[in-house]
Ligand binder design. Structure first.
Ligand code: NDP
Length: 593
């Protein structure tokens, strides 16, 4: 029997010791001495002449958002699409994050976009990074997106030219070209950050951030070849989020000594990865299969009515359990309060299982105690892995649990935590990416729309859109991302595919009608925001949640984070609403002129 009150007290105590007044400001940007951390270690920069031409569509970002939107545009007969990407190839997060063990956490069948269109069968239930990166290239090739792409190019300025109804795009490579339409899919997690640790710039050994893995130093490669150059090295990894969970097992195998510095443990549930059987795949891959899988996953994930569960994993297990508890409530019990109560019970049960799993796997009791997560599962990004906890049984692998305080200091020769200095040859920062900062800071440019309005000003009180895509005062511009749409965080690509399809449909309609401009009205934007505000605040803002990027580092929700919400009726309802909105051909709320 779970003592709910005792658990709540424990969760609050664990949260309290982690709360700090500086919130997001604690982290360091990779500038100055750390700027070299951002250098592309994978592809040399090829010299080229600046572009001053005109294209129909410019897309900023060559990750999943750019690829799926580009594909839908090409399918719609829009030939002239230019993707501008800061990396040396397509892939976005999968281009940069090549750390050993990188793997999707949502099942490949629903995570990897355009599988049906490309005919690719994922090799594993959770595909590894190299396969996903190759899939990005496959999409780029199949849809001719390489032809006009600009790699190693960062947009510095986007300005609406009202006299010619087009955007001027300026970049760090001296380009100043124009585009009738612009779309942006810059991703929420692409600006690496460093922990705010005193002395971080004093370290004289080797160091890097996980999103620019230094295989020249470690040996090995992204496909998991042994990192043979670490055999005589003492290595620190700072951070225990989803990235560390995936790369720690590889480091544990390779390093002479590995020290894992932990501030807050992740919840690590069963992964159960396996190869996909081609015969099975041939049987299910009938026309429309990926859409069916996507709809099924989303329905299972968000309390929908799907009777079967095609994906069957940790994500759907979570919501299946909650649904079963709701279903068991009597007719008079269907109150918000009672539903919150049974949700909490289900969460406690799940987290108890996850904590028991630590005890069952980790041999040393102190280490096991340190690895237990004391918060509700969705307060932080849930993780799934079958080798992470096991890595702490490998001789030479040590957990340094800082009891919520974090690393105290970095010295020229190592890392100080709990008052003890650990001498290190190498420090790896698995410290994540900027999330709570302003959109324009993360994109690296500030758009100037109609009448000279800056996007940063227009969004100073939080994001304002219709469907997360269309922004008043920014004609012919589209944002391809999940917030203010379905906001389905367990499968981001599904959001992107839908937003990409919308972008392509609106552009096609504008071109067919001979319109030079399309813009959402202020009224449509207001109505949409009013609707979004009727949704209950996300669970991550519960007072007991431990701080992290999910909940604005435990600070009061910013206007930004409060508007980082989705359609109140849920993701499935949103996707069918959006389908109807597109199919009607009326595009209610948009003004074509
Ligand atoms: P996170 O932001 O999740 O983790 C950063 C880690 O650094 C946390 O453990 C944090 O601790 C720790 N940290 C920060 N400051 C200090 C300090 N001063 N001392 C010690 N530790 C510190 O970054 P990740 O790169 O792990 O993951 C980011 C996101 O990327 C994930 O949440 C997920 O959305 C995505 N991702 C997805 C993957 C997938 O789908 N396969 C794989 C990897 C990442 P604390 O928790 O206390 O803040």
């Amino acid at each position: 029997m779970i003592d709910k009150e005792a658990l709540r007290r424990k969760y609050r105590a664990e949260r309290d010791k982690r709360l700090r007044p500086d919130g997001n400001a604690q982290y360091k940007r990779l500038t100055g001495r750390f700027a070299h951390y951002l250098t592309d270690p994978y592809t040399p920069v090829a010299p080229r002449e600046p572009r001053t031409d005109h294209v129909t569509v410019a897309f900023i970002g060559g990750g999943f958002a750019g690829l799926v939107t580009g594909a839908r545009l090409k399918e719609a007969g829009v030939a002239d699409v230019r993707i501008v990407e800061k990396g040396g190839d397509f892939g976005g997060t999968w281009y940069w994050n090549r750390y050993p063990g990188a793997q999707c956490d949502t099942a490949s069948m629903v995570y990897m976009p355009l599988l049906e269109e490309t005919g690719h069968m994922p090799t594993e239930k959770y595909a590894h990074g190299p396969e996903i990166l190759e899939h990005c290239r496959r999409i780029g090739k199949q849809y001719g997106l390489y032809d006009n792409a600009l790699f190693h190019t960062e947009v510095e300025d986007l300005e609406w030219d009202a006299s010619r109804s087009r955007w001027t795009v300026r970049t760090n490579r001296g380009d100043a070209f124009t585009a009738q339409f612009v779309a942006m899919g810059t991703g929420p997690l692409h600006v690496p950050k460093l922990p705010g640790i005193d002395g971080i710039d004093a370290f004289e050994g080797h160091s890097f951030h996980t999103s620019r893995w230094d295989y020249a130093y470690t040996g090995g490669d992204p496909s998991g070849a042994p990192m043979d150059r670490l055999a005589d090295k003492r290595v620190a990894i700072i951070g225990t989020g989803a990235t560390a969970v995936q790369c720690v097992p590889h480091l544990a195998r390779a390093c002479r000594e590995l020290y894992v510095f932990q501030r807050t443990p992740s919840s690590v549930d069963v992964r159960n990865n396996y190869p996909i059987d081609p015969e099975w795949f041939a049987g299910i891959a009938t026309p429309g299969w990926q859409r069916r899988w996507l709809e099924n996953f989303t329905s299972n994930q968000t309390g929908g009515t799907a009777e079967i569960d095609l994906v069957m994993d940790g994500w759907t297990d979570l919501s299946r359990r909650i649904r079963a508890r709701y279903a068991a409530l009597g007719p008079g019990e269907m109150t918000l309060e009672r539903m919150a109560e049974v949700y909490e019970e289900s969460d406690h049960e799940k987290m108890e299982e996850i904590r028991a799993r630590v005890d069952a796997i980790v041999a040393d009791p102190d280490t096991a105690a340190g690895l237990k997560a004391w918060y509700r599962q969705l307060c932080k990004r849930p993780c799934f892995h079958d080798e992470y906890l096991q890595a702490f049984n490998v001789p030479g692998t040590h957990l340094v649990d800082t009891d919520g305080k974090g690393v105290n200091r970095i010295t020229p020769s190592g890392v100080v935590a709990g008052g003890r200095e650990y001498e290190m040859d190498c420090v790896i920062y698995a410290s994540g990416f900027e999330v709570g900062t302003e959109y324009t800071r993360r994109t690296g440019y500030d758009m100037t729309g109609r009448g000279g309005v800056k996007l940063s000003e227009y969004w100073s009180e939080g994001m304002r859109t219709l469907h997360g895509t269309h922004v008043h005062s920014f004609p012919n511009a589209f944002v391809v991302q999940p917030a203010q749409g379905a906001n389905l965080i367990s499968n981001i690509p599904h959001n992107l595919t839908e937003a990409g399809a919308t972008t392509a449909a609106v552009i096609r309609h504008a071109l067919d009608g001979g319109f030079t401009e399309v813009e959402v009205t202020r009224e449509a934007e207001d109505t949409w925001l009013d609707l979004l505000r009727t949704a209950p605040p996300p669970m991550r803002f519960l007072p007991d949640c431990t701080p992290g990027y999910y909940n604005n580092e435990g600070q009061a929700p910013s206007p930004w984070s409060l508007l980082n919400v989705g359609y109140p009726a849920g993701a499935t309802a949103y996707f069918s609403y959006l389908d109807r909105w597109r199919e009607s051909g009326e595009f209610a709320g948009l003004e074509f002129r």
